[in-house]
Design a protein around this ligand. Structure first.
Ligand SMILES: [Fe+2]
Ligand SMILES: [Fe+2]
Length: 470
């Protein structure tokens, strides 16, 4: 069913800009065909209990109701302007933020926006088959919530491209619907977004680790001197919190189920649950893949983006010095078979500075999972975050081989031992075999504990997804 443009909730005064309105009207049917073609398969007509963003008011920014996904009201919202905003970092520190794209930063900003935008539809494509094997109606609803909001994030970015980048922006918006996750001729831009997500453990790991990279990228962009980008990403972060919750608590519930069985002296494999060593290998793989998304440890691009005021640090306000001109950053890099210390200007280490915040946040989640292990009666065993040098595909550590503790090891040793560290074919097949749909209200699959509570105050056994004709 076609949606009229007037029905698109927005706070950007869409109706007053005819040119923009026409551009979006042309893009919208293509978005909907994309959604039907590669969005969640088999559930387009189901009624899903979804949250829809309707305003930017902190209390009551969203409503909850049953919606068929193709009729979701993908809106365009920018966080409210906060007075006369100033650029908070870099060479232009203290100058007024830009409402329009400065000519000299046009290409860089377009690249930043397109790279972020590309991840949004990519993740919907990656997850499109998972509805067929959801472990509960609660989880089924959650993945669709994440999917429609990634769709809204695509709208948010496409709005910026259409509104601020003219013809180039319109072409980029079309390309965003033309690339496909995992495709050999038109893949998505970033690697982790071309990885298959065929099972729910991968989905929870993705939402925990890969979507969390998104949180840090969005936080850095929320500082941008290009004010429309800052305000758009700020609002996206309010939705993102739920995606990260779905990932972190999803893994937590898998850990809980495994731990409860172990505490009863049962073997998780015999009970249709996921053994702890398999969970650890999934964690290792998704954490390290996601580390690469931050880019190289030493990066002149990152320095340029910071200098220009395009991309700041996580919570730039809390930083002691916003030009970051005099400080330096020490890091360890492999060189000729040894780890050596290198000192680089802070601006060149901005990717690593953001990665530091991310790693801290991931460690916090791992600590939570380990508490769940203990609380469920398993002591002496724990999950661990591998070293950020392990299994890297980007940056200096990609040129050498490391074990999960971060020790430099020979390639031969790495090859011999990696089966114990990364997801094996056998792991994948085992987890895949556990995937069966559980669609009875209040029931969950054998490999995961039920959630502690439902969505929006509803009970766990609420009918979060209804068949089309219900
Ligand atoms: Fe997103
Ligand atoms: Fe997300």
């Amino acid at each position: 069913m076609a949606q009229s443009l007037e029905s698109i909730p927005n706070n950007v005064d869409l109706s007053s800009d005819r040119r923009l309105q026409r551009a979006l009207e042309q893009w919208q049917p293509n978005f909907l065909s994309w959604w039907r073609e590669v969005g969640p398969e088999g559930f387009q007509a189901h009624q899903i209990y979804l949250r829809t963003a309707v305003s930017v008011e902190p209390d009551g920014w969203a409503t909850f109701d049953y919606v068929r996904m193709p009729e979701y009201r993908w809106g365009i919202f920018l966080a409210p302007r906060s007075g006369e905003r100033k650029i908070g970092f870099g060479d232009n520190f203290g100058e007024p933020a830009w409402d329009d794209v400065p000519g000299e930063h046009r290409n860089a900003l377009r690249r930043i926006i397109v790279t972020q935008a590309d991840t949004e539809p990519a993740s919907v494509e990656q997850q499109r088959l998972l509805g067929k094997v959801a472990p509960s109606l609660y989880d089924l609803r959650n993945i669709f919530q994440v999917n429609v909001e990634e769709g809204r994030h695509l709208w948010a970015m496409v709005y910026l491209l259409h509104r601020h980048f003219g013809r180039d922006g319109r072409e980029e918006a079309e390309e965003l619907l033309a690339r496909r996750s995992g495709s050999s001729d038109k893949p998505r831009i970033l690697n982790a977004f071309n990885e298959p997500i065929d099972d729910w453990l991968s989905f929870f790991m993705f939402a925990m680790f890969t979507d969390r990279d998104g949180k840090y990228q969005l936080s850095a962009l929320a500082e941008s001197g290009f004010d429309p980008l800052a305000r758009t990403t700020r609002f996206m972060l309010t939705e993102e919190a739920h995606h990260l919750f779905v990932g972190e608590m999803g893994v937590d519930r898998v850990v809980q189920r495994t731990a409860e069985l172990m505490a009863q002296g049962k073997e998780p494999r015999k009970e249709g649950a996921v053994p702890l060593d398999v969970i650890q290998r999934y964690l290792n793989q998704w954490f390290t893949l996601s580390l690469d998304l931050f880019g190289g440890e030493v990066s002149s691009n990152a320095a340029d983006f910071f200098a220009a005021g395009l991309k700041g640090r996580f919570r730039e306000d809390d930083q002691p010095e916003h030009k970051a001109l005099s400080a330096s950053y020490r890091l360890e890099v492999p060189e000729n078979g040894a780890l050596i210390e290198q000192e680089v200007p802070l601006r060149n280490a901005m990717n690593e500075v953001l990665r530091d915040e991310y790693v801290k946040d991931c460690q916090r989640a791992v600590d939570r999972w380990n508490k769940t292990l203990l609380r469920s009666g398993v002591s002496g065993l724990s999950l661990r975050l591998p070293s950020r040098r392990f299994h890297r595909g980007v940056g200096p550590c990609a040129t050498a081989t490391f074990d999960p503790e971060g020790r430099l090891i020979s390639e031969a040793e790495y090859e011999a031992r990696k089966g114990g560290w990364l997801i094996s074919e056998a792991d994948r097949a085992y987890v895949q075999a556990l995937m069966h749909p559980v669609y009875q209200r209040g029931k969950v699959a054998s490999w995961i504990a039920p959630p502690a509570k439902g969505i929006n105050g509803m009970p766990v056994e609420f009918e979060y997804v209804k068949p089309p004709d219900a």
